[in-house]
Write a protein that binds this ligand. Sequence first.
Ligand code: GLN
Length: 449
Amino acid sequence: DLVEASYRRIEETDEQVGAFLALSKEEALQAARETDEKGIDPNNVLSGLPVGIKDNILTKGVTTTASSKMLEDFVPIYDATATEKLKEAGMISVGKLNMDEFAMGGSTENSAFKLTRNPWDLSKVPGGSSGGSAAAVAAGQVPVSLGSDTGGSVREPAAFTGLVGVKPTYGRVSRYGLIAFGSSLDQIGPFTRTVKDNALVLNAISGHDPKDSTSYSGETPDFTDGIDKGVKGLRIGVPKEYFNEDAHEIGVIESVRKALKIYEELGAEIVEVSLPHSRYGVPAYYIIASSEASSNLQRFDGIRYGYRSENVSSLEDIYVKTRSEGFGPEVKRRIMLGTFSLSSGFYDAHFKKAAQARTLIRNDFDTVFKDVDVLVAPTTTTTAFEIGGKIDDTLAMYMSDILTVPVNLAGVPSLSIPCGFSNDMPVGMQIISKHFDEQMMYRVAYAFE
Ligand code: GLN
């Protein structure tokens, strides 16, 4: 019934919203029938629930394009570890969700295939790059979806659509089968309506995976343990650089400040802290992420798999035409930025400097976490913007990641939770905790909810 209801809702709403790229109806209904026959496992609340999966996460037998013409007809022969784990938990994948091409963007307008709209206001973007994943949950098409977050791509769309979205600690969730963008930054994370649901889904997809050499080999705790302990006596750090009254939408800052008042009433201590190097986050991120992307995307050469240009006359022609025709403008921009930053003669001035800035950013987090249990800040500087509003202004689009990228560079976990409205659109607040302390992050979020 749940899977059928999900497809009915998709049918009713997706013409306007545009969240899905592909539906796997036959497979999903078959899986649902099998679940019915076996009976729902009472100890497993996820069993039988429909889920949507971002289209850069591999799904065996179901087209996975990363919203790129390069992979338009690519059907994976294996599941990503996260996909496999959801299936093991009994969840049923109903289809694949639209995104910015290769996860590069903050509005889902860079998809090669379609536009996704914000269900709260169809003239606005749902955020990105996991905009389809956010819109699908916000429109009630699925209760849960997976996205990926390299520089904010789960948290920003969660903020823009009024959802809970999590970027786990780097290494918490296996990247095996996630189409690589910035490998030292990428993490898969869940979108849900509630904090507890989110913790349950993260429980299901976390854990060591020998197929990802950067996956964490320590314990995976139950992220719902202690979730209801409240915030009494906790120290909440407020990084002053993340509240820029002159530059950011005032309604966003006001909503987060109101939330901080509530935390104070609940018995938490609010402490102003400083993350002085976060201001270098955007330049450092765009150099590091683009450098890694330029390397990761070398595999799309027209030879092994994916798109190949027709009418080619030489090997070089295959490379040049395939890549010229297969990649969209934003992806090309990142490849050029990345290869430039890594090239001999410019490496020291760009990539190396960015890597040094990254260390300083991470050290700032390590320092403040000696004093506070979590950090609270706005997720984004504005609420969802108009479709077309930033697409021709690359710098403005990049700058909208200013509050999310430091977290990825440091590797710490962060959760975005709705905390109010500004301009009639939802506002997101992020709760950041120490490496591998997602329990604290969920506990603080749950107290607010
Ligand atoms: N908006 C950022 C970018 O364009 C973040 C993307 C992401 O997290 N995948 O790179």
